[in-house]
Design a protein around this ligand. Sequence first.
Ligand SMILES: *Cc1c(COP(=O)(O)O)cnc(C)c1O
Length: 357
Amino acid sequence: MLNFTVGPVMLSQEVMETGAQQVPYFRTSEFSAVMKGNERLVKKFAHLDDKGKVVFLTASGTGAMEATVMNVLSHQDKVLVINGGSFGHRFVQLCQIHHVPCTEILPEWGHDITDEQLAAYDGQGYTALLVNIDETSTGVLYNIDRLTRFCQANHALLIVDAISSFLADPLDMTRSHIDVMIAGSQKALACPPGISLVALSERALRRVENNDVESMYFDLKDALRNAERGQTPFTPAVGILLQINTRLRKIDEDGGDAALVRKTSELAANFRNSIQDMPFEIVSHSLSNAVTPLHPTTAKAYDIFTTLKDEYNIWVCPNGGDLKDKVFRVGHLGALTIEDNQTLIRALKDMQKRGLL
Ligand SMILES: *Cc1c(COP(=O)(O)O)cnc(C)c1O
């Protein structure tokens, strides 16, 4: 199997070997050391300063998005959400469910927002901005500097869902004044799904401290208290946290976040160059390294997904809803190589020869 979806993605040999071990009991100093190591390396790769903290939740990425909305925001906030696709829409839904007043900015499909669009909300008392920095459904990477400028000028919190972007695109919480960064285990972290994480700046931590949360499982105050000693309030996905530890230490050995971002960018560039003479249009006008969204001009997108899966044992990522037949995505996350890219290209060329493209 060759997996080019945007999560779960291909695991490295080391991560698979860690996953093949027995799962240990976790209320131990050994497991606390693993958790402390995970926090230290996430902080290092996210460029979060010493006053920031990271909590690990046993939940998919959406769980961390929900925990963030519940713990960092309240009904007293006035929140701006960039809604450029299904993940932006999810933030809007979460604000509505948790009674956080929000306004959505709707970018043109497949485009970044513009300075003019954002300027319309300047000086209106917005207290936070929520963005999925790579809107994975369309493959649009928003310009972080523009969002930082807006948040700084408006004294608003900058909350970034970087679930598909963390370790694939450059990200620096300190330099970009990011207050919350959300990531998940099954995207560029390239581990099985089941763990998500929330990295919080000092300012975001103060918000959490002063907020009353009506939840037991998603109470970040409790999670942060436990994290002081490298523990979690409830039984976490111990095995996946051990795999994350293996993965983070390997990334560190191999040159850290900068080296992994560079590798991902080279892999994405190689794929994008290789399809130049093929019947595909790249539909995003501001691309993340994580994924290439394609509109096939001679075939239905979902048919391409099905044929690749059933006849070539290669998985690309279909789109849902209205886009099902129009767009599919090729991910560049996880243990993929240039050679794997070329295997996919050969399969697509073979489909062309067979008249399927
Ligand atoms: C994958 C993803 C999520 C989370 O999805 P889960 O299925 O809950 O893990 C959220 N936001 C973005 C931008 C994503 O790419």
